[in-house]
Design a protein around this ligand. Structure first.
Ligand code: GRF
Length: 218
């Protein structure tokens, strides 16, 4: 955003550790103006309250169908006028009413090296398959689940004796580093969505930027 601070809204359903990392990383280029959820009891909203960041929720049970819930969420987002919407553990599929207005302005973080392991329970599946590499991906959101143009990945080597808890913790650390980095690029107009690829510094990202675990420490 050349002349103003980029306004960010974070949507999540759960724990909110990425939200916390994003709050800590916000700077002169961008700020979080609201946190939203599909659950009134999401810890993410309690975290937002502690930081004095306004929270909102739209629970699906309060609406007659998926379209009505999507419309309510879209309206809630529009009201906050974000430049960028971040999904951080938002556990519902979004319909066109939410996706279209934010096309090219919505990012997601996923706990795997996409395109490997879209969907849920990635750590468990990675361990069961005996994979040696794992990580997290930030990508632009498109209509297809976990498959929009990739921007940045944090990568680790799966250790011997690793379990889902140790892996989840290590992947979270990667996430807390790569998500703010991608937001910073977007906020300073270095990152945008091209036709089928993310574009960083005028270069189409055929492959995402890779950050190794050692570089994510701290
Ligand atoms: C993260 O692992 C993210 O990749 C996935 O959901 C999890 C959210 O964690 N989409 P938290 O709520 O930010 O702690």
């Amino acid at each position: 955003m050349k002349n103003s601070r980029c306004r960010v809204v974070v949507l999540g359903s759960g724990h909110g550790s990425n939200f916390e990392a994003l709050v800590a990383a916000a700077n002169a280029d961008w700020l979080i103006v609201a946190a939203g959820s599909d659950r009134a009891d999401a810890p993410l909203l309690a975290r937002a309250a502690r930081h004095g960041i306004p929270g909102f929720y739209r629970e699906p049970a309060a609406y007659p169908n998926r379209e009505a819930h999507d419309a309510a969420l879209a309206a809630a987002l529009a009201q906050r006028a974000p430049d960028l919407v971040l999904l951080a553990g938002y556990m519902r599929l979004l319909g066109p009413a939410v996706l279209q207005p934010w096309h090219g302005r919505m990012l997601n973080i996923h706990p795997s090296l996409l395109p490997a392991w879209p969907g849920l329970r990635t750590h468990e599946r990675v361990l069961r398959a005996g994979e040696r590499e794992h990580g997290a991906t930030v990508h632009f959101v498109t209509a297809e689940l976990d498959s929009g143009p990739r921007i940045i990945q944090g990568r680790l080597t799966v250790g011997n004796g690793e379990n889902t808890a140790t892996l989840a913790e290590r992947v979270h650390r990667l996430e807390h580093y790569i998500y703010p980095k991608a937001v910073g690029w977007y906020a300073t107009d270095r990152l945008k969505l091209g036709k089928d690829m993310a574009i960083l510094d005028d270069t189409p990202l055929v492959d995402p930027v890779i950050i190794e675990e050692a570089a994510c420490a701290g």
